[in-house]
Write a protein that binds this ligand. Sequence first.
Ligand SMILES: [Zn+2]
Length: 506
Amino acid sequence: MDYLVRGKFVVTMTRDGAAGVIRNGAVAVSGRDIVEVGRYQDLKTSYANAAVVGSSRHWVIPGFVNAHQHGKGLTDFQLGGKDDCFEISRFAAEPRAGIDPYLDVLYACKTMIEAGITTCLHYNSSRSPETYDADVDERLRAYRDAGMRVSFGLDIRDRNHIVYGDDEFLASLPPALREQAAERYGRSRTAAPDDYFRTARRLAGSLDGDGGRARLFLTPAGPQWCTGDLLRAIRREASERGLGIQIHVLETKYQRSYFLREYGRSAVQWLAGLDFLAPDVSLAHGVWLNREDTRTTAAKGAAVVHNPSSNLRLRSGIAPLTEFHAAGVRLGMGLDSSPLNDRPDMFQEMRLAANLQRIPGAGPGLVPLEAIFRAATAGGTDVLGWGAHYGTLEPGKRADLVLVDSRSIVEPYLARHQTPVDAMVYRGAAGAVDTVMVDGEVLYRGGKHVRLDEKALLKEVKQKIAPAPRRKAGGLEARLAPRVRDFLESHEEYPVDPFYKFNDAG
Ligand SMILES: [Zn+2]
């Protein structure tokens, strides 16, 4: 026996809808697996030779799962960007151009591990078709070196590279600006479909032998960025090779308008018509799903990954979490590389999710905090396709777990009847993470990295990050951004009857 991980509470997440808390418990870990979970006193006798990690002031929880993020170590803000409406920010800022993809992801892993995140989905953001394969390999190497579990998503898009309705938008520009805009933004930065599937097949074979911590996902950017033919091909490939799929869906109201205008129906219904939706598909964001979309998503067994921080920062809106939960949609939680405090914190993200659903009034129907905690842990491994051997603290599962130092949560006093899950959602913060284990390997202990050389990494990041260029006042971005804004607003003519009045503003 290698480790006995003990705590005042062990939150196993083994019962549906409830946390399954063991008081004065421990988790016995051998190799990469959990072999027994029970009372510390009993396990101490059975496994007298195991190294004890934790104490009566710690709580043991399954590792957090960041089920949607882009592997950005330094945030867009750190690199000179500012929050704006999603369509404008992604169009106007390209602050990552000068960043070493390996270092960027390694630094992202460092900050995620410090926040107790053991598993993530990496939604790849390509820089160019020319560097596509090399970037993918470098980013995968970073996850391997950091020791994190990753569902690695290969991105692709084949239409609407500037804004939803590219041809119409370009036609509205003066000729000189049109030429510049088409040249700079009007092309895909992802691989062409043939190259894309070649890369996917190469990786699908090699990742199987990757120590079990990386698996391949296909992550088409979104229905408004992909043709039906491309999405059908991705659906086929995923089914044939057993790969998961994640796709941004209805993140913004403009995406919703675009589909109503072009297809007379919602993006979710369009995807359902392509036979795209299935239990191996997760929809990132889903802010603008309506009731029918939510029912369709649940009926197809597809999941939604909720990104409340990012949805606020990028002016996307509030996703209908209570509707998802009530309809039985499977849920994960993601930080989208755009967390509220500009640094990863799943405790805070759960708290934000919990509070954003508190619409005015005394009505029932709020999502229980345990369900939000489940979405941020076991729900995430399920959504990311890790299957039956991951996500909860039970014998036979992989030992992906976190020790939380409870002092900042319970000191100087916390009523005894408050559950550890409620207390973590109300009062937890990433700084309370003490120890992080993936596959039985300790990656972080006592607030210090075990595998990563933190000092060397920080030094290298400081040395190698090229200073972000300051945007010129009269530059291409400055001239295009207001025109994109006008274009979006002039096409937003469809009432959408949002779940949240907040989303109805304007
Ligand atoms: Zn995203």
